[in-house]
Design a protein around this ligand. Structure first.
Ligand SMILES: Cc1cc2nc3c(=O)[nH]c(=O)nc-3n(C[C@H](O)[C@H](O)[C@H](O)COP(=O)(O)OP(=O)(O)OC[C@H]3O[C@@H](n4cnc5c(N)ncnc54)[C@H](O)[C@@H]3O)c2cc1C
Ligand SMILES: NC(=O)c1ccc[n+]([C@@H]2O[C@H](COP(=O)([O-])OP(=O)(O)OC[C@H]3O[C@@H](n4cnc5c(N)ncnc54)[C@H](O)[C@@H]3O)[C@@H](O)[C@H]2O)c1
Length: 480
């Protein structure tokens, strides 16, 4: 790819804002700051667009779409769509995501260029509190920035002593950086979000998956038991089951086969292996010792609620701050930090109100508190519920698994949190994310106009059950 700006000749230029990393956090911060008249430099040492665009959300959702179509094709004949049977081809799916990713990346770069953002290719490190040195292919250059945003993201974490082997034993970054391995049999290690998403995607795209997990998939997440059960059922219907109790200790290659060994000595063999055992914040080589920026014991950068580090004028956003690592958080962080830098807001980071998603045999989406958190906050949560199994739209789509589940405060009728499980949950969650006034938003949902038949109507139905079953009618149908 042609870089738009070489670092040569930039020597010690001044910028209003310097941003390290071009993932969703860094890219969004650059766009927002440039749109508001700031002189912005963004520095990227690897592929423009970061994890989300090149090795995460974007290619994963491209594959998830193909996986869904293959699964849906099981209903084609009964819907009157007939012809030869369809089958998944992960190799071709890899090429498809690659083309999509390249198109998106080019549009990102064009936009940054149009906005006048200075794009510098190389590895950035602090050499002073507000000075960065950038090591490029052509040499070193230095810039001064009034404000600096660290958006350096994360990298795959492997258990102690475990190393990847090219084309055979991979983590997810390597999976997207190189073509997918040929072999049909694949082992996935990890019951986190990546394991849960890829066990489904690979199976639908024609691979035989052995899925090895330590504890129940998604057990470390805040999805309700009902959501996890629904997902387990949907996976089981496709014969995708996690084998629990596996703690990875060793990996290796024997002839044509890759193997993994657990703490109990059990070995599993396959053509190749995907390791999905978490991610670490990425701060190595950043020169943080030249600043007052601190990291916690897990390596995450420590910030205040406005995402400013201990070094005044230096901020950190996205995965490198954690603890949740998703693009939605990185994007929300970028908005918050640019607003604060421009003095437009005193807002505080609110991870609770950033949507979380899982794309597997069902889409799981959630936002806000769960019951436990509500009770810990001395609130009394009422549950509003509507299942897609009676939705005319979902039935017409042959895809009626899942539900909308809302929590409201019994005393005030305030919206506390919600979960949407099933097809298009990743789109529908925006309904739950938009209400700016959570005290009155349920009243808005109950009086809003809906398209019929549509899945979004289940948000209305779930809200109505709060009125009907929990006596919240006075709050929800009251004067607005
Ligand atoms: C397989 C997978 C699927 C995912 N799917 C989803 C999803 O569906 N939805 C979702 O919300 N999230 C998803 N995520 C998570 C999401 O990708 C991350 O949360 C998001 O990319 C974090 O954004 P970021 O801006 O903090 O950092 P990143 O996207 O990691 O970008 C950081 C960038 O900084 C650069 N960098 C680091 N150090 C330096 C340096 N010293 N100098 C210059 N550049 C540097 C890196 O090269 C990188 O390009 C997924 C992740 C994975 C791995
Ligand atoms: N849709 C999304 O938002 C999305 C999608 C994919 C990834 N991500 C983010 O990317 C990050 C990485 O995802 P992930 O699934 O790798 O991490 P994760 O933290 O979600 O899960 C890691 C899993 O690895 C397991 N594990 C760790 N060491 C192990 C060992 N030695 N043996 C067996 N199992 C072991 C853990 O038990 C856990 O189930 C996460 O923070 C996730 O939130 C987000």
């Amino acid at each position: 790819m042609e870089p738009y700006a070489k670092t040569q000749g930039v020597d010690m230029k001044d910028f209003d804002i310097g941003i390290i990393g071009s993932g969703p956090g860094g890219y969004r911060a650059a766009v927002l700051a440039a749109l508001r008249g700031q002189k912005v430099a963004i520095i990227e040492r690897a592929t423009w667009g970061g994890t989300c665009l090149n090795r995460g959300c974007v290619p994963k959702k491209d594959w998830h779409e193909s996986a869904k179509w293959i699964e849906q094709s099981q209903h084609f004949e009964q819907r009157g769509i007939v012809g030869s049977p369809l089958r998944g081809d992960l190799g071709r799916a890899w090429k498809h995501q690659h083309e999509v990713v390249n198109t998106v990346r080019q549009s990102y770069l064009d936009y940054l260029k149009r906005l006048g953002v200075r794009m510098l290719e190389g590895s950035a490190q602090f050499i002073g509190r507000h000075e960065l040195q950038i090591d490029t292919a052509e040499g070193q250059t230095q810039i001064h920035c009034d404000k600096i945003i660290i958006a350096t993201g994360s990298r795959p974490a492997l258990p102690p002593g475990i190393e990847t082997v090219a084309h055979r034993i991979l983590h997810s970054d390597e999976l997207f950086d190189t073509d997918v391995p040929e072999g049909k049999r694949v082992i996935i290690v990890g019951g986190g979000i990546i394991g849960t998403e890829f066990a489904y995607i690979f199976t639908m795209l024609g691979r035989q998956v052995t899925w090895l997990v330590h504890s129940e998939p998604l057990s470390h997440t805040r999805y309700s038991e009902q959501a996890k059960d629904a997902l387990r059922d949907a996976l089981a219907a496709l014969k995708i089951e996690a084998q629990s109790g596996f703690v990875l200790k060793k990996v290796g290659i024997r002839g044509d086969l890759a193997w993994v060994e657990g703490a109990d000595g059990q070995r599993h063999e396959a053509d190749w292996v995907l390791l999905a055992t978490g991610r670490h914040p990425q701060t190595q080589g950043l020169g943080l010792e030249h600043t007052a920026v601190r990291r916690d014991e897990r390596g995450f950068i420590v910030t205040d609620a406005g995402l400013e580090t201990d070094e005044p004028g230096v901020y950190a956003i996205g995965d490198v701050v954690g603890p949740l690592m998703n693009a939605n958080q990185a994007l929300a962080d970028a908005t918050l930090v640019v607003d604060r830098i421009l003095g437009k807001s005193e807002a505080r980071r609110e991870p609770l109100w950033v949507p979380e998603l899982v794309y597997s045999a069902l889409e799981l989406a959630r936002i806000g508190m769960d019951e436990e958190q509500a009770e810990d906050a001395d609130l009394e949560p009422a549950v509003g519920f509507a299942a897609f199994e009676t939705s005319p739209r979902a039935l017409g789509q042959d895809d009626a698994a899942g539900f909308v589940r809302l929590l409201a405060d019994m005393d005030s009728g305030a919206f506390l949190g919600g979960e949407i499980v099933g097809r298009d949950a990743g789109e529908l969650i925006h309904l739950l994310a938009q209400g700016s006034d959570r005290d009155t938003v349920l009243r808005q949902w109950i009086s809003a106009r809906y398209n019929h038949p549509a899945r979004a109507e289940e948000v209305l139905n779930a809200t109505e059950t709060l009125a009907a079953r929990w006596g919240l009618g006075d709050f929800l149908y009251g004067e607005s």
